[in-house]
Write a protein that binds this ligand. Structure first.
Ligand code: LMR
Length: 350
């Protein structure tokens, strides 16, 4: 009797499973496929560490709109600002793993990728002039940097120039000696580390998302950045002094995972290329204006004392920091650095 009941239950169960799979097959076969049902959009996660109203934040949103438009909805871009998805270091690892598809980090953070050559752009005063920076990033030499990135599975789509750096601190930084003993936050580059030490400061690598609190609590005494970041992250609320030194530059590389990009359908890649081009033009225009406006707004806030280096003071900084160029010849090789100088039209005051 028990065996009969067990057999009965088995037959029922098999029957139910057969009916269910038949129903599913019918569903797939007979229900008319709505457009896009089969073609789920390709999801592109775009993670970054700045606020949505900073130049990079705005350009990321524009990229999203253009990418979805120029691919007729075949891609869906999800933008994650303010380190909401990944912080500085994590985002590069996530890109290499394919967990995120597009980033626009500062090239001063490429050390952990194992492409130390990008640190060369942090050589003091090398990139302080707008025209030189544009010349450098339009030069054929950039192709060599891109190739090095591709060996790490990363493809560079464009470079976004966010302008020259200024310093903020909780005391005036007018002459190089003012940096002595100061705890200064830096991005991850070895050259920035060497420059801070040359000034007698104590460099501390720190994620961008932790910087406001670190300045507020005195974990660090100061930092360097572009005015639009100082304004949109409200660093001016926790720093009393700003020095317009233009000693370095904030360049972003718009990057993607190479395997992901190469695997895209041709028409989608073409649409994305167009979105990259137009959002890059937008970025470079917007950044210049936003940084000038931000400096005015910081001044107008009355919360920060702003000092523009005089030509004499600037000369003193250059003289103090040029030894970093010589020191870095052992890291990059003199020929490589000379090639960068030539590409950027830079004459070192060595
Ligand atoms: C920084 O870490 O200070 C900047 O690179 C942040 C950014 O992406 O602008």
């Amino acid at each position: 009797m028990r065996r009969w009941l067990a057999l009965d239950a088995f037959v029922r169960m098999t029957l139910r499973a057969a009916i269910a799979s038949l129903a599913l097959a019918a569903l797939v076969l007979f229900v008319p496929s709505r457009p896009g049902m089969a073609e789920q959009p390709i999801i592109i996660k775009f993670s970054h560490v700045v606020s949505p109203d900073a130049p990079k934040g705005k350009a990321a949103i524009l990229f999203k709109e253009l990418a979805e438009k120029y691919t007729n909805g075949k891609v869906k871009v999800e933008v994650y600002p303010n380190s909401s998805l990944y912080k500085d270091k994590e985002e590069l690892e996530a890109l290499q793993l394919g967990s995120v598809q597009i980033l626009a980090p500062s090239i001063s953070k490429f050390g952990p990728l194992g492409v130390k050559e990008f640190d060369v752009f942090d050589l003091p005063f090398l990139m302080s002039d707008d025209a030189r920076a544009r010349q450098m990033f339009a030069s054929p030499m950039i192709g060599e940097f891109n190739k090095k990135l591709e060996t790490k599975g990363v493809k560079s789509l464009a470079y976004w120039d966010n302008g020259a750096h200024v310093y903020t601190a909780n005391k005036p930084l007018i002459m190089p000696d003012d940096f002595k003993g100061m705890k200064m936050r830096i991005q991850g580059s070895k050259v920035l580390d060497a420059a801070a030490r040359e000034l007698g400061a104590i460099p501390q690598i720190m994620a961008f998302s932790e910087l406001y609190q670190a300045l507020q609590t005195g974990v660090v005494d100061g930092e360097d950045n572009v005015p639009s970041n100082i304004w949109t992250q409200r660093f001016y609320e926790v720093q009393k002094y700003l020095t317009v030194s233009y000693h370095g530059r904030l360049i972003y590389a718009l990057i993607t995972n190479k395997k992901f990009w190469d695997g895209l359908p041709e028409d989608v890649r073409q649409g994305l290329d167009r979105a990259v081009k137009e959002s890059t033009d937008f970025f470079n225009e917007t950044a210049a204006k936003d940084n000038a406006d931000a400096l005015d707004k910081i001044k107008a806030s009355g919360k920060v004392e702003v000092h523009v280096l005089t030509p004499e003071e600037r000369q003193a900084w250059i003289a103090k920091l040029m030894p970093v160029h010589t020191e870095m010849q052992s890291r990059f090789g003199k020929d490589f650095i000379d090639q960068v100088y030539k590409s950027a039209g830079f004459t070192p005051a060595l």
